[in-house]
Design a protein around this ligand. Structure first.
Ligand code: APR
Ligand code: ZN
Ligand code: ZN
Length: 361
């Protein structure tokens, strides 16, 4: 039996999204049908709508979601109907070289549902990041569902499915921030703020937030930054060195994705420190650095891919911290909106006064 539900679809490049009726099949082998309870609006959804990620319109948008499993297909044992789950866009295989070498976040064989969701006229939909959760129900691979404590609010839990996990993971998984470390975070949008929160969780002694917008710095401070630097007024490299006894930060997390901020990150870290690039650059961006500085300053230059997370390890742990009051995920939910307000949320994104708009169903 197929299910007809309402969903947010991007029909063509740059066109406003529309609320449509879609057809979701019952789960086949290895698949799960999930009743969506909440889904955050991420920049990547907007990039899909603008045609910046692929040309496979129409897209079923939404990929930062939590909900309840309604049905599972043959062979599914890890989740069952009634489970409260967070969806992830990298269900790893466990068998490829990357998985076997202990780097599953670089798995080559991540999988999604095999069956297609369609419009009522039979047109196949491309689900954003293999999820498509701006919908009353969606079909995913069972491995894309991670069971977590149902006491968590769905709006908060869903955020771990993308941006907030990317930021927290950049600090705790990729940057390996440790107790007593000094950390600088360049760019304090949703991802950078989550890196501030992750650094705090990891026990960093100093967390320096850098942004060009004072409103962003005020939010970062509320979320645990110990110092703030407005880099449109002050040289951030000098400021970070001043705040760290002249040395530079142990870990610098770049959450903008631009050459100039990466360069700042490179020079703002202590000798032998770590730079984590979590901001996503565009294909034409280039960075030139004196090789002698790369050699002489030592340390590690890393990028963080989805916070280098393992959903089955990280989601339940972070939800437990949230329920204990030690991780404020609610602070990332600026507004909750209805399914037909996604286009408006895209407009608000440009104004920079929203950490996350979250569709609640
Ligand atoms: N220096 C410092 N901060 C800057 C600069 C700059 N030159 N340019 C922009 N910023 C700040 C913005 O003011 C904003 O607070 O960077 C922040 C970017 O935040 P968002 O646009 O909200 O983006 P976010 O969702 O946090 O994602 C950041 O991480 O995962 C990636 O694709 C994502 O590349 C994006 C980045
Ligand atoms: Zn996202
Ligand atoms: Zn694999």
């Amino acid at each position: 039996m197929a299910h007809q539900v309402r969903a947010v679809v991007a029909r063509g490049k740059g066109a406003p999204v529309s609320l449509e009726t879609i057809v979701v099949p019952d789960p086949g082998p290895g698949e799960a049908l999930v009743k969506i309870e909440a889904c955050g609006v991420c920049h990547t959804d907007l990039h899909y709508r603008e045609g910046g990620i692929s040309a496979d319109f129409p897209f079923l948008l939404g990929h930062e979601a939590a909900g309840v499993v309604e049905a599972v297909g043959e062979g599914v044992t890890d989740v069952a109907p009634g489970d409260f789950v967070i969806l992830n866009w990298r269900a790893v295989c466990g068998q490829c070289r990357a998985c076997l070498r202990g780097r599953p976040w670089y798995c080559f064989n991540t999988h999604n549902a095999k069956q297609k969701m369609t419009l009522t006229d039979g047109t196949e939909l491309s689900p954003a990041l293999g999820i498509g959760a701006f919908a009353e129900k969606t079909l995913v691979a069972a491995g894309q569902c991670t069971k977590v404590d149902p006491a968590a609010s769905a709006a908060a839990a869903g955020l771990l499915g993308c941006g907030v996990m990317a930021g927290i993971g950049a600090a705790i998984n990729t940057g390996n921030v440790g107790r007593g470390d000094s950390v600088a975070v360049i760019g304090c949008g949703g991802v950078g703020d989550a890196a501030v929160v992750g650094s705090n969780l990891a026990g960093a002694a100093k967390i320096i937030a850098v942004d060009i917008d004072d409103r962003k710095l005020a939010t970062a401070k509320k979320l645990g930054a110990t110092h703030t630097v407005n880099s449109s007024q002050t040289d951030p490299v000098a400021a970070i060195r001043d705040l760290t006894g002249g040395f530079g930060a142990d870990v610098v997390i770049e959450a903008v994705g631009r050459p100039e901020t990466y360069r700042q990150a490179f020079y703002a870290r202590d000798l032998a420190g770590t730079v984590v690039l979590v901001g996503v650059p565009t294909p034409e961006m280039q960075l030139e650095l004196p090789l002698l500085d790369v050699f002489g300053r030592g340390g590690a230059l890393k990028s963080s891919w989805y916070g280098d997370c393992l959903p089955s390890r990280d989601f339940p742990m972070l939800i437990d911290l949230y329920l204990q009051g030690r991780l404020d995920l609610d602070a990332f939910v600026t507004e909750t909106i209805a399914l037909d307000e996604v286009e408006k949320a895209f407009e608000r994104m440009h104004h920079g006064d929203v950490l996350r708009s979250v569709v609640v169903l």
